[in-house]
Design a protein around this ligand. Structure first.
Ligand code: HEC
Ligand code: HEC
Length: 145
């Protein structure tokens, strides 16, 4: 079945927006090479608008959604990314055992990671979410508890 997007006015199709707002400074390659979550794309688009990409806030949202769909990360890829981050960032200051002996709920992990940010752990918002998902999944509370 064909779906018509009611909001798609002429000139505001996301691929056209990308063409006019993004391809003045670099090729599509640099965009297509990146895989990121919605939050990751939101940050990149914001960054590019600050650099001069001509998008109003509505258009920026449209482009973000389009890029996250087209060049997004699957759930598995997000978990793999979270694992990699934990293995690289969370062992900068202490041993991995500090983490692997814990069994925390999602909220507790979120609090724990926020504490680590205060200690100086280098994670942006996007990475925070992926680390949180991974830790909750891998070192969550024992079932039945
Ligand atoms: C005014 C010039 C300009 C425009 C317009 C622009 N970019 Fe960029 N972009 C840059 C520069 C310069 C870099 C390399 C520096 C950097 O990485 O911050 C870059 C790097 C990137 C990267 C690789 C780095 C990263 O953050 O992953 C991506 C992806 C990207 N741009 C996407 C976009 C998208 C999407 C748009 C349209 C919404 C866009 N760019 C519009 C200048 C621009
Ligand atoms: C910049 C250094 C630094 C980084 C990076 C870091 N931590 Fe920590 N972490 C600490 C310090 C310092 C303590 C000890 C704090 C304390 O004992 O109160 C600690 C303690 C902990 C503890 C034990 C807390 C407790 O209540 O006993 C856990 C769990 C933990 N970190 C998890 C992590 C995770 C997950 C990451 C990655 C997101 C991480 N840490 C990254 C500095 C860091």
């Amino acid at each position: 079945m064909m779906l018509l997007c009611a909001g798609a006015l002429a000139g505001s199709e996301p691929d056209k927006l990308v063409e006019t707002a993004c391809l003045g400074c670099h090729s599509l390659d640099i965009i297509a090479k990146k895989q990121a979550t919605w939050e990751g794309w939101r940050m990149t688009v914001q960054d590019m608008v600050a650099k001069g990409a001509a998008l109003n806030p509505d258009e920026a949202k449209t482009v973000t959604e389009y890029l996250a769909r087209k060049y997004g990360l699957s759930e598995d890829a997000k978990l793999a990314r979270g694992k990699k981050l934990v293995e690289s960032v969370c062992v900068l200051c202490h041993e991995f055992a500090r983490i692997s002996t814990e069994q925390l709920s999602r909220d507790q992990w979120a609090g724990e990671i926020r504490g680590m940010l205060e200690e100086g752990a280098p994670l942006n918002d996007d990475e925070f979410e992926m680390v949180l998902d991974y830790l909750t999944k891998t070192y969550g509370p024992r079932s039945g508890k």
